[in-house]
Structure formats: C-alpha cells, structure tokens
Design a protein around this ligand. Structure first.
Ligand SMILES: [Zn+2]
Length: 126
C-alpha cells in the first residue's frame, strides 16, 4: 500500500480527496463515461469497491452507484458543514470516497456519490 507521502507526490488530487476529505469538481471524472463491464477499486489500496452493473447516471457529475460490494465500503455519520450526511470510506485503508444517500432511483434505494479520483476502473470480460 502507498504511503501518504507517495500518494501526495504521485497524485495530489487523490491525496486531497482520499486523505483530507475533499471533493473533486463535478463533471471532471473520466469514470463518468465508463460503460464497460468491470469493477471499480480503491485508488489507494486496490480493494474492489463497486461492480460496473451498480453504476448509474445520477446527473450530479460524480460517478454514482446503487450498491457497494459487501464489506468493502464503511459508512460513517458526517455532521460537518451543518449537513447530516453519511460519509463512505474504503474498509481496507480508510480512504475517503464520497457520501451515500438514501434517494437512489433503483430498488436498493441507495446512491453512492463517489469521487472518481478515488476509484480505479478495471475492465473485465463477462
Ligand atoms: Zn482502500
């Protein structure tokens, strides 16, 4: 696993989001366009977090998913900025990923609103 210093040097944007809880600018993630089959892994430690069939277009400008791979994403109540939200972090390395909301359009009712910079797409054949 990469150290904080390594992340900071290789990818300052990832450091800002994953280690300092920042948020990337909307509509900037390359992953918004991804429609291939595969999985999305934590950009820091490589743990698989989401499968491509859970991805949907939320219109928010951030990659969104209706379901996380079981046990891969930890939820933490976040009352910062005067809002009541649920923060999501990688269960393996603790990197900040984004937030999860209960207004998803599919039958899971969940909307995982992720920072694309924290995710790495791995294409897989079905
Ligand atoms: Zn991780």
């Amino acid at each position: 696993m990469k150290s904080d210093d390594e992340i900071k040097k290789e990818n300052p944007e990832l450091y800002k989001v994953a280690r300092e809880g920042g948020t990337e600018a909307p509509f900037t993630s390359e992953l918004l366009k991804v429609k291939d089959d595969g999985s999305f892994a934590c950009a820091v430690c490589g743990q698989k977090l989401f499968m491509s069939d859970a991805k949907f277009d939320s219109g928010t400008g951030w990659p969104s998913f209706d379901k996380a791979i079981e046990g891969s994403v930890k939820e933490i109540i976040d009352d910062s900025f005067g809002m009541h939200r649920t923060e999501t972090v990688c269960s393996n390395c603790g990197s900040h990923l984004g937030h999860v909301f209960n207004d998803g359009p599919t039958n899971t009712g969940k909307r995982y609103c992720m920072n694309g910079v924290c995710l790495e797409f791995n294409k897989e054949d079905k």
